[in-house]
Design a protein around this ligand. Structure first.
Ligand SMILES: Nc1ncnc2c1ncn2[C@@H]1O[C@H](COP(=O)(O)OP(=O)(O)OP(=O)(O)O)[C@@H](O)[C@H]1O
Length: 738
């Protein structure tokens, strides 16, 4: 296994599937152990599966080797990724997304599901648009030979313009301009797509616990598979070592492992699955079996989403394992030949990587996150006349077009604000069932629309661009998947921290440790502090000097004890003050709620608000109350002048008024909701900057140079704010130019 070290240092050092297969039998063996061979595949993900209806070849015992691998204490070298296998079946894993384990000592009680979901929701991001980028492939040799010309232009700023379509019985069509986050021009490299598409950000979010999806959409032969996995042959019998042609998936895996290495404090478990939807049947590409038995797509009540039953999931401890999954899936997927593409994908494929992480927190509690990244290579829409499909290829084309049509309906419904809340036909195809969460659920989604620049494909190109523009309007609400009980612990910690800061605020406002008194105490102590005497000198001291020293020490002791007592007393006082102020705040809040719930009565500022809001001039406080009810009339009427009797009494009793009248102005209980500083790290993930620092400079440079050589252009708002998933970029939807 020594060859595993240093494997994830970067693209230069990456062992490719072929490379490692040639030089390291370990990698290919480990993959065999995990999935492929129906006889030998006793990977950890299947070992303990006793689920009803489970296929027998999923219930084999783990080999001793695999069992050893599961030991949580397994040590890893610094440059290896730490992996703790749980040995779950794919199904079990999926269900654990939501329920999972609690604290180490199990002392946290199970809470009502709704409450837990609410707590978890508080960690999550705001709604966000689906991120859409466009990739335009170069003209193919065939198109050049046929004299096809480019009909796509690139005005920059993430825009793409399609030429006018002249003449015809309908009078032709005007030129159209579309805007996206990024447009990759024909000269763009595979690395450009990784760096500037937002893919890196997506991976970072998956590591933080979000469910992320990258899907490629476009007509047949437009470059979807090329973008995701590279040109045909890269992963064939004669697999190529690291190459510039490797696609987004390969590069993302490398980046993912780099990221995992940086998170030294966390333990990661990676599992991968690879499926295809061929003629509306779900086939497991990692364990297709001899008869390619289709798997069922079911609804999980707990996970509130669709899942594929009995889908094979492979533990991936190393980068090589992920590469092996990719290689195996590509080898098993359905590819066919037609007039427009010699290596046309005849199915939609979904490659998923589950990223479970555990981070030790205080008191032996672990914070678990359940991220996931899906790579979806959709089969291309086809005009069967153009592809000249027949027989089996025709049937495939019909199924592909049907499922893409359903996807189109779903996108159209989701992107139309008028249809918000209406029925979305996810259930009409397997593809939309499995993409439902990516399209409108709690995931983060990147759509790569692939187009051909050739005139002969102009209608399909416009259709794809329209589709993409529509998808750009869809909003999702990304959610971090966490263990509910762990989320509760974080929530409680946040509450405690918030209360502590509130307490400090109250202390300073009440000026309990007034500078004068604390000054007195320190002066007093300084006066009483006995002189410092070295041990050696102590032996030389005379009896009366020693007696004086002892007297001084006793006096200091006495003073310190007194100080201590004072401190305890003021602590008690503080606690009482705190309680009373909190109660008063609560009463005011309740009153506020009552006022807000009676819309017919005009509200006006209340007295208590004045106290809490500070000085009278700035009485534009945000606490309002209803002056009508009798009980409150007095306070309301005298609002700006007097403190109500009950409160004054309370303050006098505790000498707050006398001591701290000035300080009480401006006193207001800080709401825990306002306390953004305590929001957990995961909630701030949105502000992480995905794109390379050099992104803007690169794109500028690209624009400065020859437009023919320009590789991509980025939408203007993106240049200002490269945090693509956090920015809302308006789309010039199908703008028409004269
Ligand atoms: N950006 C690109 N640069 C160079 N060649 C490309 C590019 N995009 C696509 N190609 C080439 O075009 C051909 C068709 O691409 P690809 O198979 O990826 O299309 P597709 O959209 O996946 O088609 P289908 O839907 O039929 O599977 C391939 O030979 C591929 O290598």
């Amino acid at each position: 296994m020594s060859n595993r070290k240093g494997m994830v240092k970067g693209p230069e050092n990456v062992k490719t599937p072929h490379n490692s297969r040639g030089t390291s039998p370990a990698r290919s063996n480990s993959f065999k152990n995990k999935t492929t061979s129906p006889k030998k595949n006793a990977g950890p993900t299947v070992a303990n599966n006793s689920r009803k209806g489970q296929s027998p070849d999923r219930q084999r015992k783990a080999t001793p080797d695999r069992q050893r691998r599961r030991t949580p204490e397994r040590k890893t070298s610094p440059d290896q990724i730490i992996v703790r296998s749980r040995g779950n079946s794919p199904m079990k894993y999926r269900e654990e997304n939501i329920i999972s384990r609690g604290s180490e000592n199990g002392s946290i009680e199970r809470l009502d599901d709704d409450n837990l979901q609410r707590i978890i929701a508080s960690y999550n991001q705001d709604e966000d648009n689906i991120n859409v980028v466009v990739r335009v492939r170069p003209l193919s040799d065939k198109e050049i030979k046929a004299g096809d010309d480019m009909v796509v232009q690139f005005p920059g700023n993430g825009q793409v313009m399609v030429d006018a379509i002249p003449g015809g019985p309908g009078g032709g069509q005007k030129a159209r301009l579309f805007s996206y986050n990024v447009v990759f021009e024909p000269a763009a490299t595979q690395e450009d797509v990784l760096q500037y598409s937002g893919m890196k950000r997506l991976i970072e979010m998956a590591v933080e616990g979000f469910r992320c999806t990258c899907f490629c959409y476009g007509q047949t032969g437009s470059g979807k598979t090329h973008t995701l996995t590279g040109p045909p042959g890269l992963f064939g019998i004669k697999a190529v070592p690291y190459s510039d042609d490797h696609g987004l998936v390969f590069r993302s895996f490398v980046y993912l492992f780099q990221l995992l290495q940086e998170h030294t404090g966390r333990t990661f478990v990676l599992k991968a699955s690879f499926l295809e939807i061929y003629n509306e049947k779900v086939i497991d590409l990692l364990n297709p079996g001899t008869c390619r038995k289709p798997l069922a797509v079911r609804w999980s009540k707990k996970a509130r989403g669709f899942f594929v039953e009995n889908l094979f999931t492979v533990d991936c401890e190393e980068l090589d394992d992920l590469m092996a999954v990719l290689e195996e899936g590509i080898r098993n997927r359905s590819v066919g030949r037609h007039n427009m593409n010699d290596y046309s994908s005849r199915s939609h494929t979904i490659l998923s990587v589950h990223i479970t992480s555990e981070e030790p927190s205080e008191n032996g509690v672990f914070i678990s996150r359940f991220g996931k990244i899906n790579f979806v290579d959709l089969a291309g829409s086809e005009m069967t006349k153009k592809t000249q499909s027949e027989g089996k290829t025709l049937e495939e084309a019909n199924n592909i077009n049907k499922s893409l049509m359903v996807l189109g309906y779903c996108i159209a419904s989701l992107s139309d604000p008028k249809r918000k809340g209406t029925h979305i036909p996810y259930r009409d195809s397997k593809l939309t069932k499995l993409l439902a969460d990516s399209l409108a659920g709690n995931g983060v989604t990147l759509m790569i629309a692939c187009i051909s620049p050739a005139r002969s494909n102009i209608f399909e190109t416009i259709n794809t661009l329209r589709y993409a523009a529509r998808a750009k309007k869809i909003r999702t609400k990304p959610v971090v998947l966490m263990d509910p009980r762990e989320a509760l612990i974080i929530s409680l910690k946040r509450e405690v921290a918030s209360l502590q800061s509130e307490n400090e605020y109250l202390r300073s406002a009440l000026n309990v440790y007034s500078s004068s008194s604390s000054g007195d105490a320190s002066e007093r102590r300084a006066a009483q502090t006995p002189p410092h005497v070295d041990l050696e000198e102590l032996a030389k001291l005379e009896g009366p000097q020693l007696a004086e020293l002892v007297r001084l020490y006793m006096k200091e002791n006495e003073a310190l004890r007194k100080d201590n007592e004072d401190l305890f007393l003021s602590r008690d006082l503080l606690q009482r003050d705190h309680e009373i102020v909190c109660r008063e705040n609560e009463r005011l809040l309740k009153k506020l709620e009552e006022v807000n719930s009676s819309p017919l009565i005009p509200a006006r500022p209340a007295f208590s608000a004045e106290i809490l809001g500070g000085d009278q001039e700035s009485s534009s406080t945000n606490i309002w109350t209803n002056p009508i009810p009798d009980t409150d009339n007095k306070t309301a009427d005298n609002s700006s002048k007097q403190i109500p009797e009950s409160i004054q009494k309370e303050l006098d009793k505790r000498q707050i008024g006398a001591r701290n009248n000035a300080n009480i102005k401006g006193l207001r209980k800080p709401s825990s909701n306002d306390d953004k500083t305590h929001a957990p790290k995961i909630a701030q993930v949105k502000n992480m900057n995905l794109n390379n620092k050099g992104s803007d400079e690169e794109s500028k440079k690209a624009e400065e140079t020859d437009p023919m050589k320009r590789r991509f252009s980025v939408a203007n708002p993106l240049v200002k704010n490269p945090d693509m998933f956090g920015s809302v970029i308006s789309i010039t939807d199908d703008e028409e130019l004269n």
